[in-house]
Design a protein around this ligand. Structure first.
Ligand code: NG6
Ligand code: CA
Length: 510
């Protein structure tokens, strides 16, 4: 399948025509690298992947100019573990405590650890991160009024402007280079998980303060008329306004590009969209045909467009490699009664896939994944199996940066696949939700037993705790509808053994 469909829309060109000319190669040394990571955007949520009720012209353009991957994965079906894997090149299931983190969690990635940022920094790149972090900050007892360390600076980023955890978690402030932005020292911040802070309004106690109501959780601190997970006091001047969040972070990202235009840079731009709470700027509200969740996608597309325009303005388009992808599958009701489900209007967030965020089925971790680099990458569609966990080793190979053996234990160099120069990606990949599964070539194997996820799926994604083992032929059965474990017990057994081998080996990079 991979061979036949490789770069399908460019089928008339021979494989050789994808090899760059010597001139192009010289020009394309050390491109700028931008990784744009959306939040909770599913496989079917955008134009390049078939969405019709929401228009994403910038993503469409990017896809038309680059490679659109159909078998690209994030590491896990939730945010923190995916982000951990993306930066470190290690499967998050190996890392204890890498589940969804509260907003006061200590930093998950140990200072000094090899990350994409540290490796590229060593290779001479400027390195910046803007947007959602959700990998913990500080050492377990952060003073939000002082210097917030360790943080991105200790794992290779020269610059950061962060949403510290998530849009729906306290603290609801931005952190720039270790400091809360706009903090008035006379109004210090306290952040607390668990016990409420006396005197501070909560969503559960003050529903009248809320513009919409939580459907589960999210009934603690009230900020901007929306109750969140976690408590928070003070810092009023510094609190974000949800409607302005996409503008704020996009501005920081484009400013960063402008400042770095004369030297190679790496920018990790991690948007809040389309995570809850979904509060796009009024100029995007009502701009899709599938409700507020899709309106947030329109806003995301705008963010991507601003990055593209900024590259264009600075004459950087040609030699900048952009990856656009997402951190986990789609979810419709993720804790607020925002009408997302009622307004779907036929839109299918996971496209043809089963399950979504939190799920071990394909919808949980198979992601939109676009790569554009005009100096070197021709346009097309690739079915190569690749993962975000591979970006570390692939970027190291691209820039000639050394990768010590202990770095990126699960990160494979799939650069030729990423650049559309080869149909060879990985041979297999471990998928991670509450349980592990393996995809190997066309086969997908999920061990028996449980993933009693609390999430409610609209597309058959729920998997009860007593489920039997499952085997699917993804080439014939993209939607994982026809469990063939009984028909092919030897394949199921082989995959079960492979999964166990990768799990216990501690690494999968040779
Ligand atoms: C869950 C939250 C959900 C979301 C998720 C993390 C509840 C009931 N649900 O615990 O709303 O915040 O964590 O999402 O609180 S993620 O994309 O950052 O992984
Ligand atoms: Ca997410």
């Amino acid at each position: 399948m991979l061979r036949r469909n490789f770069l399908r829309s460019a089928a008339s060109l021979s494989a050789c025509s994808f090899l760059p000319s010597i001139a192009a190669r010289a020009q394309s040394d050390r491109p700028n690298i931008i990784v744009i990571l959306a939040d909770d955007i599913g496989y079917g949520d955008t134009g390049p992947y078939g969405a019709t009720r929401v228009r994403t012209p910038n993503l469409d353009r990017l896809a038309a100019q680059g490679v659109r991957f159909t078998n690209a994965y994030c590491s896990s079906a939730t945010c923190t573990p995916t982000r951990y894997s993306l930066l470190t090149g290690e499967y998050a299931f190996r890392k204890p405590g890498s589940g969804v983190l509260p907003g006061n969690a200590p930093m998950l990635i140990e200072p000094g650890r090899h990350t994409i940022a540290s490796v590229l920094k060593q290779a001479g790149y400027a390195t910046g991160v803007v947007g959602k972090w959700h990998l913990g900050l500080g050492n377990g007892n952060v003073d939000w009024n002082g210097d917030i360390r360790p943080g991105p600076g200790e794992i290779g980023f020269d610059y950061h402007f962060l949403i510290p955890a998530t849009g729906d978690r306290t603290p609801c402030v931005y952190v720039e280079n270790g400091r809360v932005v706009g903090l008035d020292p006379k109004d210090p911040i306290t952040v607390q998980y668990g016990k409420p802070i006396p005197g501070e309004p909560t969503g559960s106690g003050n529903p009248g303060l809320l513009r919409w109501h939580p459907s589960h959780g999210h009934d603690m601190a009230v900020v901007n008329g929306i109750s969140r997970i976690g408590h928070m006091k003070g810092g009023h001047a510094a609190r974000w306004v949800d409607e302005g969040m996409a503008d704020a972070i996009t501005r920081k990202a484009t400013d960063y590009i402008g400042r770095q235009k004369d030297n190679p840079f790496f920018l990790y731009f991690s948007t809040h969209d389309i995570h809850v709470p979904r509060v796009p700027h009024p100029r995007f509200q009502g701009k899709s045909e599938c409700g507020i969740r899709c309106d947030a996608t329109v806003q995301f597309d705008w963010c991507v467009g601003r990055i593209m325009e900024t590259l264009e303005r600075n004459d950087l388009t040609r030699n900048t490699l952009i990856v656009v992808t997402s951190d986990n599958g789609p979810v419709i009701d993720d804790g607020y009664e925002d009408g997302a489900f009622e307004d779907l209007n036929g839109h299918t967030p996971a496209g043809p896939l089963r399950g979504g965020k939190y799920s071990i089925y394909e919808g949980g971790t198979r992601m939109p994944f676009l790569v554009r680099w005009p100096a070197r990458v021709r346009s097309g569609v690739s079915d190569a199996l690749v993962s975000q966990v591979d970006l570390l080793a692939s970027f190291a190979a691209l820039t000639g940066a050394p990768l010590p053996r202990e770095a990126g234990p699960d990160s494979l160099n799939v650069l030729p696949a990423l650049l559309g120069e080869s149909i060879e990606g990985r041979s297999h990949i471990i998928q991670h939700a509450r349980i592990l599964a393996i995809r190997s070539g066309r086969w997908k194997y999920i061990p028996g037993g449980g993933e009693a996820s609390g999430a409610l799926f609209w597309n058959g994604g729920n998997r009860p705790a007593n489920s039997p083992e499952e085997l699917y032929d993804l080439e014939r059965d993209t939607g994982e509808r026809n469990n063939i474990a009984r028909q092919y017990p030897e394949i199921a057994k082989r995959l079960a053994a492979e999964l166990e081998r990768v799990r216990t080996a501690g690494r999968s990079r040779p």
